[in-house]
Design a protein around this ligand. Structure first.
Ligand code: 25A
Ligand code: L14
Length: 335
C-alpha cells in the first residue's frame, strides 16, 4: 500500500541519498513532500522523472504524512518530530536527538529489527560509524560473546555534510596551487592532506577527554547489541576521503573463535560482504564501498597479543548504510 512520505533536510547530503534510495528501491510513495530550511525553498529536485519543489519546514508540514524521514540535525528533530507525531506520522530520525532515550528504539535491521515494533512515533537511526561496526560484529557476538571492543575510525568528510565536501575539494585545490592562506569555514585545521583526531568539527570534546562521536560509538553499540556489559573504547578521526568510513576494530571474546571461523560466519551474515584475500592485495576500501549498500569486512586475523582476540577492517558508505539506506530499511519494515 502506497503512503505519503516527507523528507526533512531534503537538500542535504543524507537527504539527497534518501531520494536516490527511495527511487531505486521503489518505495511505495503516494505523495512525496520535500522539506528544508528557508534557504532552499523553491529549489527543484527530480524524483522518478518528476520535478518536486522544496518547501519550508513548518509545524504544519506533516498533514497527511504517514512516514517522515528526518536528517536536518538534532535541534530541528527535537523541535519538529513532536509535530510530525501529532499529525499521525511515524518518524525515522537520523539525528542524535532521541537515540539514547529509553522509550525510543535505536535500530539496525540486521541486528535488532524486533525493536521497531516498540516505537511510540519515532525510531532513531544510529550514528554511521556505529551502524557499520555492529552489522559486522553481531554474528560474532552471538557465536562467541564479545567482551571488549577497541575501535579507531577513519571517517569521510561527507559525514559533516555537503559544505564539508566542498571545503575538502577547495582546500585540496588551494594546497596544490601552493596557497597557504585558505579560509576554512568548517574544519578546525587543514583537512586536505591531513588527518584530524576530532569529530565533530565543533564542540567535540567532553570532560572525559573523548569526543561526542567516540562516546556515541560506546553508548549506541551497547544499546543496539542489547548488552551493557560490552566494554568499548573508541578513537574517531577525519581523513580526506569524500565517501566511506573505514574502521580498525579489535575485539576480545569470551569463547575462543578463530579467524577462519569469523570469516565463515561473516561470509553468510546479512548486509556483510567479506572482502579478504590479502595475498592478492584484496581488502575493503572506501572507494569500493562508495555508492554501495554492503558493509565490507576484511583483514580478519587473530590478535596474537591475547588469548581470544580478533582484528578486522570494516568499511561502508557512511551516507548509505550509515544513514539513508539504514533509515529506509527501517521504514520498509514499518510498512
Ligand atoms: O544529529 P546531529 O549530531 O546534530 O547531526 C546531524 C547533521 O549531520 C548530518 C546532517 O547534515 C545533519 O545536519 N547527518 C545526520 N545524520 C547523519 C548520518 N547518519 C548525518 N551525516 C552522516 N550520517 P546534512 O548536510 O546531511 O543535512 C543538512 C540538512 O538539514 C537541512 N536543514 C538545516 N537547517 C534546517 C534544515 N531543514 C529545515 N529547517 C532548518 N532550519 C539542510 O537544508 C540540509 O538539507 P538547507 O535548506 O539548509 O539547505 C542546504 C543547502 O543550503 C546550503 N547552505 C547550508 N548552509 C548555508 C547554506 N547556504 C548559505 N548559508 C548557509 N549558512 C547548502 O550548500 C545546501 O545547498
Ligand atoms: O551522529 O561528522 O549521526 O562524520 C553523523 C556524521 C555524527 C558526526 C551522527 C560525522 C553524526 C558524523
Amino acid at each position: 500500500m502506497a503512503v505519503n512520505v516527507a523528507v526533512v533536510g531534503a537538500t542535504g547530503a543524507v537527504g539527497e541519498e534518501f531520494l536516490r534510495i527511495l527511487e531505486s528501491r521503489k518505495f511505495p510513495i503516494k505523495e512525496l513532500r520535500l522539506l528544508a530550511s528557508k534557504r532552499s525553498v523553491g529549489k527543484k529536485i527530480k524524483f522518478c522523472g518528476v520535478n518536486y519543489v522544496v518547501q519550508e519546514l513548518t509545524k504544519s508540514s506533516f498533514r497527511g504524512i504517514k512516514i517522515a524521514l528526518f536528517s536536518a540535525g538534532s535541534s530541528i528533530s527535537k523541535e519538529f518530530v513532536p509535530y510530525a507525531i501529532e499529525s499521525g506520522a511515524v518518524c525515522v530520525d537520523n539525528s542524535s536527538a532521541f537515540r539514547m532515550d529509553d522509550d525510543v528504539p535505536l535500530v539496525v535491521p540486521e541486528v535488532n529489527a524486533q525493536e521497531i515494533a516498540k516505537h511510540k512515533g519515532v525510531i532513531a537511526n544510529p550514528n554511521c560509524s556505529t551502524i557499520q561496526m555492529v552489522v559486522a560484529l553481531k554474528p560474532i557476538h552471538d557465536a562467541a560473546r564479545i567482551k571488549r571492543i577497541v575501535v579507531s575510525t577513519y571517517q569521510a568528510v561527507s559525514g559533516a555534510g555537503l559544505k564539508a565536501v566542498d571545503e575538502l575539494q577547495k582546500e585540496t585545490a588551494s594546497v596544490l596551487a601552493g596557497k597557504t592562506d585558505f579560509k576554512r569555514n568548517l574544519f578546525p585545521h587543514q583537512i586536505a592532506f591531513n588527518v584530524l583526531p576530532q569529530i565533530p568539527q565543533s564542540n567535540a570534546f567532553l570532560p572525559n577527554g573523548y569526543t561526542s562521536e567516540e562516546m556515541k560509538m560506546v553508548n549506541e553499540t551497547q544499546k543496539i547489541m542489547g548488552d551493557k556489559n560490552i566494554r568499548i573504547t573508541a578513537t574517531t578521526a577525519r581523513v580526506p576521503v569524500v565517501r566511506g568510513h573505514s574502521e580498525s576494530v579489535n575485539i576480545e571474546t569470551e569463547r575462543k573463535i578463530t579467524a577462519s571461523e569469523v570469516k565463515k560466519l561473516l561470509s553468510k551474515a546479512p548486509g556483510v560482504k567479506l572482502v579478504d584475500d590479502p595475498a592478492n592485495q584484496v581488502y575493503p576500501l572506501a572507494n569500493m564501498a562508495a555508492g554501495r549498500d554492503e558493509v565490507f569486512v576484511g583483514r580478519i586475523r587473530e590478535d596474537e597479543s591475547i588469548d581470544n582476540g580478533i582484528n578486522m577492517w570494516i568499511v561502508s558508505d557512511n551516507i548509505r548504510k550509515g544513514a539513508a539506506l539504514n533509515a529506509i530499511q527501517i521504514a520498509e519494515k514499518l510498512l
